[in-house]
Design a binder for this molecule. Structure first.
Ligand code: PEP
Ligand code: MN
Length: 338
């Protein structure tokens, strides 16, 4: 349930009420809005708890949260969440673009890509150092050496580094170098990993599992939020369907659907969503047109020789064109790309 505090409730009143919620055996998430503060009280509520809390003087009302995801729900927090990392801002009218190679391969490759995507207007640099590959014989990533190269490229350009963490054992290591922790599609329901990144003070980019429903996706985000990390970005990256001509099927209706249910920002990954470089530019435009808060795009200086996902990677020149076209669409809709 949501305990809505009266307008003007002091911090001390909020703290006291949060304590009272916890004394009832519930978890208290304090959410400070521009208008008023609410406390999401999560857990199995004891008999009479709602009435008891509602009768407190500093409480305006107590209402049940209908959605299965509680902290992620718009019911709990009607104001959009803005996730920031270095110069990247995503959500609440801020449209931010993250770009870079599928995998970090060398200093030259990551520096060149970082400089060119920055020049084109990206605010985040993606690149995998730990790669989840279908085959154990495929390139697995440069690991910590790759993280070091990413951090150097981030420092040289000011771009926020977005990179995947695959296991709870690596969270501390990856968080030392990254600005945003990416949870890959294959790990969307790795609950221990979600809880581990939930304990870290770095934003999380959570990719939708290729067979996950919207509720499963939002409940995965809830695992992170429940640990206290409020900075979660949701990423639609395509789902598995009967269609085999594209690598995955990219359902853009996800964007407005999630918008009606959550305050978390929503980004789209047209690279994995299609698997085909020529389809990436139009799907970037479509994603911006349907109201996403950002894009994550695979860019490689030499896609044909990429260590992973070359078929879906665009060149820096194509990326630059994508950015200028996306800007026109975004501006026409009154949500300019920063
Ligand atoms: C990636 O971003 O390179 C990646 C592996 O993505 P996903 O987890 O969506 O497959
Ligand atoms: Mn990839």
């Amino acid at each position: 349930m949501i305990v809505v505090m009266k307008r003007g409730a002091t911090e001390e009143m909020v703290r006291r009420m949060a304590r009272r919620v916890e004394e009832l055996g519930l978890k208290a998430h304090v959410i400070v809005g521009t208008d008023r503060t609410v406390i999401a009280a999560i857990g199995k509520k004891p008999e009479g708890a709602q009435e008891m809390l509602a009768s407190c003087e500093e409480v305006e009302k107590v209402v049940p949260i209908m959605a299965p995801y509680k902290v992620a729900s718009l019911e709990t927090k009607p104001e959009p969440t803005v996730v920031r990392a270095r110069e990247l801002a995503i959500g609440g009218g801020h449209v931010g673009v993250i770009a870079g190679p599928c995998s970090v391969e060398s200093e030259e490759q990551i520096m060149l890509t970082a400089r060119s995507v920055k020049e084109a207007g990206a605010r985040g640099l993606r690149g995998g150092a730990f790669k989840p590959r279908t085959s154990p014989y495929s390139f697995q990533g440069m690991k910590e050496d790759g993280l070091k190269l990413l951090a150097a490229a981030g420092n040289a350009t000011g771009l926020a580094v977005v990179t995947e963490v695959m296991t709870p054992h690596h969270v501390e290591l990856v968080a030392r170098y990254a600005d945003v922790l990416q949870i890959g599609a294959r790990n969307m329901q790795n609950y221990h990993l979600l809880q581990a990144v939930g304990e870290v003070d770095k934003p999380v980019l959570l990719k939708r599992g290729p067979s996950a429903t919207m509720d499963e996706f939002l409940l995965a985000a809830e695992y992170v939020l429940d640990q206290g990390n409020k900075n979660v970005i949701l990423c639609e990256r395509g789902i598995r369907t009967f269609e085999t001509h594209t690598r995955f099927t990219l359902p853009l209706a996800t964007v407005p659907y999630l918008r009606e249910r959550t305050h978390l920002p929503i980004v789209v990954d047209p690279s994995h969503g299609t698997g085909i470089a020529s389809l990436v530019p139009p799907m970037c435009l479509a994603a911006i047109a349907c109201g996403c808060d950002g894009l994550i795009v695979e860019v490689h200086p030499d896609p044909t020789h990429a260590a992973s996902d070359g078929d879906q990677s665009v060149t820096p020149a194509v990326f630059s064109k994508i950015m200028s076209e996306c800007r026109k669409v975004a501006e026409a809709l009154g949500r300019p790309i920063e």
